[in-house]
Ligand binder design. Structure first.
Ligand code: 13P
Length: 299
């Protein structure tokens, strides 16, 4: 099954009543975990990496190309339809580098930029991407971030439906990430999402909508969110937590001496990071089922 445009993955979500998951990876083990889960569930999936948490210095020093190098061979060998996304690039330059390196979908985090700059640079990215067969996601409005001890909503802004329609028209984006009460990076509890507001955005914009902050999105709200226009859920924090907890448990259970060749990089039973991968695969499978995408690679 080849790497397919992200827009192809969205072409059947509405009629099929499901959403595609973007499960953010950070290395080869976590990327393999996502693909293993999607193949086990026979589900289309968006593979990829995010720029938000990675060192800017590292991304500039070839990090984006390194991530594409990890993702492309795996994406091309996938047995379910996949797209490969570079998420939340910090600049137009980084997003373009992502496309040049092989990502077939990019999202530039322009949500904090003033209107004119966001329209100009997102439109420029769309032109660049279209000429190379890549899809573009953008965000309008700004999500609150979870911080130590609570939620920082000082820069948060709900997506305005009229502005969103105008933004989509001026830029030509393929899908729009929205702010409707969803929260980024929340490790405990659920975000107070406003589904009426979501529906109002979809009525005006008519494009596939993207829900960032998947970790804290209330599970019981998922079906109505999909009816209300969400075609893609972005998930990150809960995956890192499950990976880390499994690795920590494995280390705690180690005997006094371990064989470094077995536990590091062997990709065999004793490989430390395989424990994280297995745990993350289970978590991604659960979420694929929650989004109704299980079995949808077959249809
Ligand atoms: P969470 O880490 O809150 O799941 O959000 C991930 C995300 O939105 C990546 O774009």
């Amino acid at each position: 099954m080849p790497l397919v445009p992200m827009t192809d993955l969205f072409s059947r979500t509405r009629a099929g009543g499901y959403a595609v998951g973007y499960f953010e990876a950070w290395d080869s083990y976590s990327l393999e975990a996502v693909l293993a889960a999607a193949e086990a569930e026979q589900a289309p999936v968006i593979l990829g990496f995010g720029c938000m948490m990675a060192s800017g210095e590292w991304l500039e020093a070839g990090g984006i190309e390194t991530l594409a190098g990890l993702g492309l061979p795996l994406a091309r060998r996938a047995r379910v339809p996949v797209a490969l996304l570079l998420n939340e690039a910090h600049s137009l330059e980084q997003a373009k580098r992502g496309i040049d390196a092989g990502f077939n979908a990019v999202m530039m985090d322009s949500s904090a930029w003033e209107w004119d700059r966001a329209v100009r640079e997102v439109a420029a990215l769309v032109a660049y991407a279209q000429a190379r067969g890549a899809s573009v996601e953008a965000e309008l409005g700004h999500l609150p971030d979870a911080v130590e001890g609570g939620i920082d909503d000082s820069a948060a802004a709900l997506t305005d439906p009229e502005q969103a329609a105008e933004f989509a028209r001026l830029t030509g984006i393929d899908c729009l990430a929205v702010s409707v009460g969803n929260v980024h990076l929340l490790t405990e509890g659920y975000a107070p999402v406003d589904l009426d507001h979501l529906e109002a955005i979809y009525r005006r914009v008519g494009l596939p909508l993207v829900m960032h902050g998947g970790t804290s999105f209330p599970p019981q709200a998922v079906p109505r969110a999909i009816v209300g226009g969400v075609a893609k859920f972005n998930v990150g924090t809960i995956l890192k937590k499950s990976f880390l907890e499994a690795v920590r448990a494995q280390v705690c259970a180690w005997p006094e001496r371990v064989d470094p060749h077995q536990v590091l990089g062997s990709h065999q039973e004793a490989d430390l990071l395989n424990a994280g991968k297995a745990s993350m695969t289970t978590e991604v499978r659960r979420l694929i089922r929650l989004y109704g995408a299980s079995g949808k690679a077959l249809s």
